[in-house]
Design a protein around this ligand. Sequence first.
Ligand code: ADP
Length: 190
Amino acid sequence: MINLVLFGPPGAGKGTQSDMIKEKYNLVHLSTGDLLRGEIKAGTPLGIKAKELMDQGQLVPDEVVIGMIDSKIKANKEGNGFIFDGFPRTVAQAEALDGLMSENDIAISGMVALDVDEEELTKRILKRGETSGRTDDQNEDLIRNRVKEYNTKTAPVANFYEAQGKYKAIGGVGSIEEIFTNLCAAIDSL
Ligand code: ADP
């Protein structure tokens, strides 16, 4: 079993690379952003609450995303493994994830991170906003807010895995294939 955390700021390319990694390693892809957008689309109370925060570029509460991930892990723990995308986004989420994994007698194999600078991120997200229909992708101030949330609350999660000797970072700028090749090398070395 291989359980990966794909890490990086908003717009780093986690979604694109997750799709390719999921195929190659036969993993279950769990994106908290996608799960939250599913709740919004279904108009659930959780979705209505989450949308308010997401539309301001803020993180939704830890308990909410942890609860969503908990049930998905239980449902898929007999498979080849997981690729977590957009989660954990706080140290509290990372600690909770370790707990959920060990409850199911599995563990995180490692975190692989995509490094991309802020100017490139803003450019990419605005471009994605032209077609994604995501309201949080269409306003530069909001995007900067998301990057700020990332820098203050999410970036420390890298140290959490580094302290366990489970962290690898690679450059996230270049062709999709080139980045994928480098990511696979990092995964295989974990
Ligand atoms: P991006 O990586 O481009 O920001 P995501 O789809 O991962 O896109 O996340 C979109 C929004 O969903 C975030 O700005 C945040 O409000 C919320 N969100 C997603 N995952 C989490 C999480 N693990 N914890 C808290 N909020 C989250």
